[in-house]
Write a protein that binds this ligand. Structure first.
Ligand code: PRP
Ligand code: URA
Length: 208
């Protein structure tokens, strides 16, 4: 199955805090980055390794290092910025590919306003980060963009996913694995995830 709900106790606890309407912007930001780091740990479990000879304290030894080109993290602006540092905590050498997509609140259609992608995408694991997978429009548009630019190894990290969004990604891009802290119940008539987190961008940027 390309959807992975990571039910780790630390994630469950932190997500429970994030669901509180009275959580401060500061704490919402912190939890968002912390869960992003925990999801990154899961999503990178099978990164290929290669042998590496180094000078150890007792002479030359063989260790391991991650093989190939560095990962690229792909935050979907603006709310994805709220997960970026969490990923970079574990993958500090990653290149950042910024994608600006906002959904039209009336039509719920995703509209692209920025595309600044890392080079050599065909050789990198692309880790898309966005707190919310709702209708899936923003995620599908981002995956379309990355594939058009050459990416072949794409994974998505989202804090909360709606069944509708999961289905949309699975239908358009069945090769893309999604790692989430929670599969929630459904979307309401305004396209918000229930129970969800509310408007994640507003909560991260303090603009609600
Ligand atoms: C939110 C969220 C996702 C998108 C999810 O961003 O961060 O990108 O909506 O909805 P979808 O699955 O129906 O496309 P928004 O468009 O509100 O922009 P923002 O990050 O700038 O606040
Ligand atoms: N975008 C959000 O920020 N929250 C939702 O519930 C849906 C889309």
């Amino acid at each position: 199955m390309p959807i992975h709900e990571i039910r780790h106790p630390l994630i469950r606890h932190k997500l429970g805090l994030m669901r509180r309407a009275d959580l401060s912007t500061k704490n919402f930001r912190e939890m968002s980055q912390e869960i992003a780091a925990l999801l990154t740990y899961e999503a990178t479990k099978d990164l290929p390794l290669e042998p590496n000879r180094v000078q150890g304290w007792c002479g030359e030894i063989e260790v391991e290092k991650i093989a190939g080109k560095k990962v690229t993290v792909v935050p979907i602006l603006r709310a994805g910025i709220g997960m970026l540092d969490g990923v970079l905590t574990l993958v500090p050498g990653a290149k950042v590919s910024a994608v600006g997509i906002a959904r039209n609140e009336e039509t719920l259609q995703a509209q692209t306003y920025l595309e600044r992608l890392a080079g050599s995408l065909e050789q990198r694991l692309a880790l898309i980060v966005d707190p919310m997978l709702a209708t899936g429009g923003s995620m599908v548009a981002t995956i379309d963009m990355l594939k058009k630019a050459g990416a072949v190894n794409i994974r998505a990290l989202v804090l909360v996913a709606a069944p509708e969004g999961i289905k949309a990604v699975e239908t358009s891009h069945p090769d893309v694995h999604i790692y989430t802290a929670s599969i929630d119940s459904h979307l309401n008539e305004d396209g918000y995830i229930i129970p969800g987190l509310g408007d994640a961008g507003d909560r991260i940027f303090g603009t609600r």
